[in-house]
Design a protein around this ligand. Structure first.
Ligand code: NAD
Length: 482
């Protein structure tokens, strides 16, 4: 087991206070690593280094940034199996899921590198402005914002780190990354790819440890021009309240709805929901949490879904044929068990699953859920779906829109009018037709409405938000041609 340090100014350094902590497997408690615990003084050092790094990087041409990033992408491809092993051990997700996630790393970096080479501006038709002639030329250029603080959650420890740092670096920014306390080792392994690819010192810095320890120091600092945060709505609201005048991207929580109408292909819907409700033990912001089924087909729907959910193999993340590992901690598993119990005492019915063994929970279906109860309205972030019924499309959309959130939604129907109505009326950042919301192409715009956040990720969208537009007007004097 390797003791890991902070990455500041191109050096791997100890935290100023020399505090450290073990990283443990949520499945069996094995110690899988040991990290430095950063404090505000370390956050400040990391920002100091990023300010210096930015001065180099902003003057590095796009083709040179592209070359370094594509080298980092090749290293991420080469190291995908190592990254997956680290991820599965510290996060508890199955090695199958970890391999799937790690294998996307190189492509996210390449996509970002490409988009970072496409910072086109506009030319401005100034002569359309009353009184302005042809003696002026106006255009826009895109410039990096400067120092970006990236704060990431535990649930996709490589993917969500890369969706921040790769576009930020590709656009010419310097970054201070604060990965989730539970999953710092994956982030450090990913950062090492950029260091080994030749990223100049200080352009990428990583501080590990508790969010509440270093968060405020990172977020309040006036030298930071943008915060890119993915995590819970509570922490996102706190960040928004103290950030001051800087750009903010907040990718927050959700309670994702899936509508299944009476004209849907039930078998196709339940196949998709048996994935979308349970992947990563339901710890996904775009998990299919609330299943809103037309009342006419709800019995057939549950009969079709139940065997598919019962067939999911959960347990030891490295076990043969295990697709879903543990939750991130015993405490999180206890919280989910308690939520299921509370739903049942409020009148819901447990169809299957829900048994807890340490940090592992058997995938559950909870039916007859009051769509306005906490089990539906609050983010569950666990391996269970809440089935409720709707009378018709209008009622289904009303229920889909009834929570504070609006990140992803799924609709199963074979009717064109219902499809179009759902696309237009559902309040969420992404809508999927005939699949659940648990699907993402890394290139697509991705982000929520309402309490699910502000801004969009996906390399092209992220780069738009990680650059400033500068408007340039060149003033000549009027001329005559004779
Ligand atoms: P979390 O909010 O507890 O932590 C996220 C990050 O914020 C961590 O790095 C944590 O250390 C840091 N943090 C904690 N307190 C902080 C503070 N005061 N200041 C600054 N940083 C602080 O979230 P989590 O438990 O790691 O992840 C689960 C949550 O993330 C869920 O709500 C989920 O929906 C959300 N999420 C959203 C998306 C999305 O794209 N919308 C994607 C993944 C996860």
């Amino acid at each position: 087991m390797k003791a890991q340090s902070l990455l500041i100014g191109g050096q791997w350094v100890d935290a100023k206070g020399h505090e450290r902590e073990d990283v443990t497997s949520p499945f069996n408690g094995d110690v899988v690593g040991n990290i430095a615990l950063a404090r505000p003084a370390d956050a400040e050092r990391a920002i100091d280094a990023a300010v210096v790094g930015f001065e180099t990087w902003r003057r590095t041409p796009a083709h040179a940034r592209f070359a370094i990033l594509t080298k980092a992408a090749a290293l991420a491809d080469e190291r995908a199996e190592d990254i997956a092993q680290i991820m599965s051990r510290e996060n508890g997700k199955s090695i199958l899921e970890a391999r799937g996630e790690a294998s996307r790393s190189g492509d996210i970096i390449r996509l970002s590198a490409f988009e970072g080479s496409q910072l086109y501006g506009d030319s401005l038709p100034l002569d359309a402005n009353k009184g302005t002639g042809f003696d002026k030329i106006g255009f826009t250029i895109h410039q990096p914002v400067g120092v970006i603080v990236a704060i990431s959650p535990f649930n996709y420890p490589a993917l969500l780190v890369l969706h921040k740092i790769a576009p930020a670096l590709a656009a010419g920014n310097a970054v201070v990354l604060k990965p989730a306390r539970a999953t710092p080792l994956t982030a450090l392994a990913v950062a090492q790819c950029f260091v080994d690819a030749g990223l100049p010192d200080g352009v990428l810095n990583v501080v590990t440890g508790g969010g509440s320890d270093v968060g405020d120091a990172l977020v309040r600092d006036r030298r930071v021009r943008k915060i890119s945060f993915t995590g819970s709505t509570n922490v996102g609201e706190h960040i928004a309240s103290i950030a001051g005048v800087k750009k903010l991207s907040l990718e927050l929580g959700a309670s994702g709805p899936v509508i299944v109408l009476d004209d849907a292909d039930i078998d196709a819907a339940t196949t998709s929901i048996a994935l979308g409700g349970y992947i990563n033990a339901g710890q996904v912001c775009i998990s299919a949490q609330r299943i809103i089924v037309h009342e006419k087909i709800v019995d057939d729907f549950i009969a079709s879904l139940t065997p598919k959910v019962e067939a999911i193999r959960v347990g030891d993340p490295f076990g043969d044929g295990i697709t879903i590992g543990s939750m991130i901690s015993r405490a999180e598993a206890d919280r989910v068990t308690e939520s299921i119990r509370a739903a049942i005492s409020a009148g819901a019915r447990l169809v299957t699953g829900g048994e807890q063994d340490g940090s592992v929970i058997q995938p559950a279906i909870v039916a007859d859920v009051d769509p306005y109860s906490p089990f539906a309205q609050d983010e569950l972030f666990g391996p269970a779906v809440a089935v409720s019924t709707a009378r018709d499309i209008q009622h289904a959309i009303e229920l889909a829109n009834s929570t504070a959130y609006g990140l992803g939604a799924g609709v199963f129907t074979n009717n064109m009018s219902n499809t179009i109505r759902a696309i237009r009326e559902i309040e969420s950042g992404v809508v999927h037709i005939n699949w659940t919301q648990l699907w993402r192409a890394d290139l697509m715009p991705y982000g929520g409405f309402k309490s699910s956040g502000i801004g969009k990720e996906g390399p092209r969208s992220a780069i738009a938000e990680m650059t400033e537009i500068k408007t340039v007007i060149m003033h000549g004097t009027p001329w005559t041609n004779n």
